[in-house]
Design a protein around this ligand. Sequence first.
Ligand SMILES: Cc1cc2nc3c(=O)[nH]c(=O)nc-3n(C[C@H](O)[C@H](O)[C@H](O)COP(=O)(O)OP(=O)(O)OC[C@H]3O[C@@H](n4cnc5c(N)ncnc54)[C@H](O)[C@@H]3O)c2cc1C
Length: 520
Amino acid sequence: MPENNTAKRKASATKSTSPAKKTKIEVSETDEVQICGDNVMEFYAKKRRSALPTSGGEFKFNKKRVRMISKVQELPSDCKGIVYWMFRDQRVEDNWALLWAQRMALKQEVPLFVTFCMPSTYLDATVRQYRFMIEGLKQVEKDLKKLKIPFNVLLGEAPSVLPQFIKEKNIGGVVADFLPLRKHTEWLNKVAKKLPENVAICQVDAHNIVPCWEASDKLEYAARTIRPKITNKLTTFLTEFPPVQEHAHAVPDPAIKPVDWKKVEAFIKVDRNVSEAKWAKAGTENGLKMLESFVRSRLRNFGTDRNNPTKNALSNLSPWFHTGQISTQRAALRVREFRGKFSDSVAGFLEEMIVRRELGDNFCFYNKHYDSLKGGYSWAQKTLNDHRSDKREKVYSREKLEEAKTHDPLWNAAQWQLVTEGKMHGFLRMYWAKKILEWTASPEEGLDISIYLNDKYSLDGIDPNGYVGCMWSIVGIHDQGWRERPVFGKIRYMNYDGCKRKFDVKAFERKYAPFVNSQA
Ligand SMILES: Cc1cc2nc3c(=O)[nH]c(=O)nc-3n(C[C@H](O)[C@H](O)[C@H](O)COP(=O)(O)OP(=O)(O)OC[C@H]3O[C@@H](n4cnc5c(N)ncnc54)[C@H](O)[C@@H]3O)c2cc1C
């Protein structure tokens, strides 16, 4: 999202007209770019071997990634196992939380368990997001099996099912993922309260490159205030991952069985009317394939074309980042290899994927009103209130918006892209949310509808980025005041003519309009 006019990044000078080469990419003197062969998992495994632990199981791990949740800091002497409670980071390799859990288990010489607690519903998630998640978890199970680490899916919200499991297995330490959303924080606190007093529980930020609490200890005002804090710490945190090891201490419990995925499917109680997004194949391997297709064919044009919804220049990685099926740190390491070749594109991508994304986590971590008007700056709340009673030229219900039945063919096309493909182009997401503010009875309603539609249809929805995206568009967070106008007040405005100046609006409308017409 633009910070202000002067912050617009200059067009890339590296735009190439040559087609993507399949097997060989020219490398600059400073960058040794390795090209992935057919086996993407093996390709990345080789990279991890460069950070192999020593024979004593020691590897470089920055303890600032960990924060203790329980008062007790040490593991109990009769500890019979360690649990990694996976939720946001649904992958085996490139996962600092799992690496930390394994390190504790190896030190104690006890088994390691990876456990996922499956809620039957999760905010506005539908079968679209659940299927993506479940398919990804099936790969987690397979990958863990090769490492002799049992994987359990417990049916229910963590506070109802995890403490019992921990007591039964005599677990001494729990490692939890970090996710700064209300629901997860509530689960974490409830689980911590229900555990036996001597069980230690900590959280590892395996999602961000610079852990959220290390990047900043306060609510940041904008990208410009968090950027130097993050970039100064990148040399410390942006390091290669060691591989997870085959676990040396077998599980003494023959009752651990393969996950009954049919039972899992039957357990979830979600809206099944939203179709799966065919283009996005779930799981770590497919996520890494998407990363490879990005660095080989789209990255070169990212710098120049990323704000053009008619071009295929984005990484499209957000569904895999959101579910943690691939790590943003892995993507940063890989994309950075191309900085000698496509410098502007690489810089632009790393700005979005590190600074903007981690700013999203900062907002949700330090602002408990991350999804309501109360979370906005006072100037923004005031201006929205001053314009609350302005006459709206058009007012649409949630249903009309959901069905893409507005007077604006570009908005309808964007909404239809979201409904049918599970991902709206990043530039249009801003236009889309701002029009919802313009066409609804109040800013509160506009914000609620944008969050509802984003969370229901986006494969990457229910994410700090989503709340921040809607809050930026409608409540002006991380932005500044602009020229005052009806309904928006001083919130930044976007219009159809502005889009026409940026890209071929009609081409985008043609691409998605037939779907709209067929539903009208
Ligand atoms: C109204 C609105 C709603 C949004 N909802 C979501 C959401 O639910 N989930 C989500 O992940 N992103 C959301 N975004 C941010 C951004 O639009 C998406 O991250 C991006 O479109 C994802 O596509 P991509 O992976 O191809 O992005 P790329 O442009 O290839 O960027 C790579 C990665 O950088 C990060 N990124 C890119 N743009 C932003 C941004 N503006 N803010 C924060 N991080 C960014 C994402 O992790 C993204 O996957 C929203 C933005 C707006 C304006």
